[in-house]
Design a protein around this ligand. Structure first.
Ligand SMILES: O=P(O)(O)OC[C@H]1O[C@H](O[C@H]2O[C@H](CO)[C@@H](O)[C@H](O)[C@H]2O)[C@H](O)[C@@H](O)[C@@H]1O
Length: 243
């Protein structure tokens, strides 16, 4: 991993395909998942970008698809949710609920409730957040790892102050691979923007497929470019519309 550069080239909407993470990239991290503050013009900004990019824009997030849709009203383009396992505007990567989903979710909810932790119910898995109890991180990780061993249709997904269970075999970089073969994305060089460990494989994918990744915030990364926070990302996107 290298330290990324800080001067990001302008977005050329004629030649690029753009993939955007959501939490920590388009919106600031908040104390709980439902406390994120959505900029009033975010949906319309994404809609205008999508037009300028000829449809080569996709949101690629760990969030459930239905949440992304409610957060990003005004944008009707492609969205990939649940860490690459569900999607709108393309063939859904996973066409049925994974076996054992409900019982794994019940175990996660019961565990979180018993420890005073926050359980996030997700359409293809779940998350246990320990932001309010930071010392609980190792214990939560061990719990989720055990759960993944007994439920092989799921994998552990580390996130910021959380551990998640996501369907096995699905990932953000896998979604980028599928999208890059779609007509609107073909022959464009990819830019992926993300902030988290959940984004590293997708940032690396963009770097090795003729484009680049932009890491948002601090931390080691395989992305070659860097922006400090979601406000800087939104400024860079707005500038791209004028470029
Ligand atoms: O792929 P992303 O769009 O970055 O989503 C990753 C996870 O983000 C959310 O959790 C994170 O953001 C919360 C709100 O700011 C924060 O409270 C939490 O500590 C972070 O881990 C979301 O809740 C998860 O479902 C996403 O998978």
């Amino acid at each position: 991993m290298t330290e990324p550069r800080t001067e990001v080239p302008p977005l050329d909407c004629r030649t690029k395909a753009l993939f955007l993470d959501f939490d920590g990239t388009l919106v600031d991290i908040a104390p709980t998942p439902d406390a994120v503050i959505i900029p009033a013009d975010l949906g319309s900004l994404l809609a205008r970008l999508n037009t300028a990019l000829g449809g080569a824009l996709a949101i690629v997030s760990g969030r459930s698809l239905n949440e992304l849709e409610s957060f990003l009203r005004g944008f009707d383009g492609i969205m990939v949710g649940s860490h690459g396992s569900e999607a709108r505007g393309m063939t859904p990567p996973l066409d049925r609920l994974p076996e054992g989903l409900e019982s794994a979710q019940t175990e996660m909810r019961d565990y979180a409730t018993s420890r005073g932790l926050l359980y996030e119910h997700k359409s293809m898995g779940g998350a246990i957040h320990f932001r309010a109890l930071p010392d609980a991180g190792p214990e939560v990780e061990a719990f989720i790892e055990r759960l993944a061993i007994t439920n092989p249709r799921f994998e552990v997904q580390p996130a910021k102050m959380a551990f998640e269970l996501r369907p096995a075999g699905f990932s953000k970089d896998g979604a980028l691979q599928i999208l890059s073969d779609q007509p609107d994305f073909r022959n464009r060089s990819p830019i992926y923007i993300g902030d988290d460990t959940t984004d590293e494989p997708a940032l690396a994918w963009a770097e090795t497929h003729g484009g680049f990744g932009i890491k948002v915030g601090d931390g080691k990364t395989r992305a070659s470019q860097h922006l400090p926070d979601p406000a800087a990302v939104l400024d860079w996107l707005r500038a791209g519309l004028e470029h």
